[in-house]
Design a protein around this ligand. Structure first.
Ligand SMILES: [Zn+2]
Ligand SMILES: [Zn+2]
Length: 429
């Protein structure tokens, strides 16, 4: 994905610059000299004058071509999107969301509209820009208004049909930590001294509030303090990041399961998107199963905990959501076949998702052998090779190959169990 982007995505500026250079080349005196030199004939002045006429025609022709090229370039799509192709699941549309990003309005280094363009190029459906309220290293160069990042980014998001969610990051030291409040009405109203007041006001605005990078500065454990216990009891805290960038927090995963909190995965991106960085899997994102593609439906799905946290090639979520996502992604081609003793049968298994699934066999099936491990590469079909082994009776049987998906976690250290379903006609010798 990223290599393709790197090769094929000239920026708009680059295209316009090269077109302008072509035009300038045609108009420069030295280019005219070059044409004169090429056309000058050793036989005499007559030919030279004739050559000069041809030169003028060619110069105008080149100028015309350059102008046409410039017009075409201006109308060309110069930014390209990588479609993620996560499948929808029954009753819901699957939306790819990054709900934690920064811009120059706090400690990020890009303009809000650039975040939107990056999200669109990465195939996201939903973006929240969540600048810090309390940490503003660029404040001497900016007009500080916590609603401005959303206001600036919104026209670009509308142009690209990306859902943009207003948000901020409430940023306090441990044991409080950092909380994102999204779907807020007014970010400036959260700029208050007391941290609990900020969380309370966010909730009064109807915000969805989640605890960011909960293990940050906590040496591998999510220290659940009385502050988080109070927020939970008051219904002020609705989710936790189980991934921040490529950092996985198993303790946050456990707390989400214990307290029925929404699991999220976000980039928390500060610098410009580095399209060469993801060599494995997809950008960190929260997959949200929404009833429709609207901000209101995204919020409803978040509150109903219909999410899967995704980073690289790892998915984390409740079995009720990761299982249908897996089965909608993976299809067995020609699942029916015949097997005799020691005879082989190949079955195509296709993975339509952008994530590579690593399957490991768990247990056996009477009458056949199959590989102990199978990698279902993103967007590819692989051949699963079966062999008749110790067939005891003839006849057709529904066969379920028992596996786990090693990179889908339904709890810390627990992988999702799945089956590959086949219909085999066994023929005993
Ligand atoms: Zn933070
Ligand atoms: Zn942050």
């Amino acid at each position: 994905m990223t290599a393709w982007n790197r090769r094929c995505c000239p920026t708009p500026t680059a295209v316009i610059r090269s077109s302008s250079r072509d035009i300038r080349d045609c108009l420069r005196p030295e280019s005219q000299t070059r044409y004169q030199h090429e056309l000058r004939h050793p036989a005499g002045q007559q030919n030279y004058r004739g050559g000069n006429d041809i030169m003028k025609k060619q110069t105008w022709r080149n100028l015309l071509f350059a102008t046409i090229f410039a017009v075409l370039a201006a109308g060309t799509v110069v930014s390209q999107r990588t479609e993620l192709n996560f499948p929808d699941i029954e009753g819901y549309v699957t939306l790819a969301c990054d709900l934690h990003t920064h811009t120059v309005f706090s400690d990020g280094s890009v303009w809000p509209a650039v975040r939107v363009d990056e999200a669109w190029r990465d195939g996201l459906d939903v973006l929240a820009i969540t600048d810090h309220i309390e940490y503003l290293p660029h404040k001497d160069d900016m007009v500080i208004d916590f609603n401005r990042p959303y206001q600036i980014a919104k026209p670009k998001a509308d142009e690209l049909h990306l859902l943009l969610i207003p948000g901020v990051e409430i940023t306090r030291d441990a044991p409080h930590g950092h909380f994102n409040a999204i779907f807020i009405k007014d970010g400036n109203a959260l700029n208050v001294e007391d941290q609990k007041d900020a969380i309370r006001i966010a909730n009064e605005q109807g915000a969805f509030v989640f605890w960011n990078h909960p293990e940050w500065k906590r040496k591998g454990d999510t220290a659940w303090s009385e502050i988080q216990a109070e927020y939970l009891a008051k219904g002020w805290m609705h989710g936790m990041e189980v991934f921040n960038g490529d950092h996985y927090y198993p303790s946050a995963h456990k707390w989400c399961l214990k307290h029925n909190l929404t699991m999220l995965a976000n980039t928390d991106i500060h610098g410009p998107r580095d399209y060469g960085a993801d060599t494995d899997g997809v950008r960190t994102m929260t997959l949200v199963f929404a009833r429709e593609r609207t901000p209101e439906a995204v919020e409803e799905a978040l509150r109903a905990r219909r999410t899967v946290a995704c980073s690289g090639n790892t998915l984390v979520g409740e079995a009720q959501w990761v299982a249908p996502l897996f089965y909608q992604s993976v299809t067995v081609q020609h699942p029916e076949g015949t097997l005799k003793e020691k005879q082989r049968l190949s079955v195509g298994v296709h993975n339509a998702s952008p994530v590579t699934f690593k399957l490991k066999a768990k247990g056996g099936v009477q009458g056949l052998s199959f590989p102990g491990a199978l990698t279902l590469s993103a967007g590819k079909t692989v051949m699963l090779r079966l062999e008749g082994r110790n067939i005891k009776e003839s006849g057709q049987r529904d066969v379920q190959l028992p596996c786990v998906v090693e990179n889908i976690w339904i709890a810390p250290d627990t992988s999702l169990p799945v089956t590959i379903d086949l219909k085999i006609t066994f023929q005993k010798d």
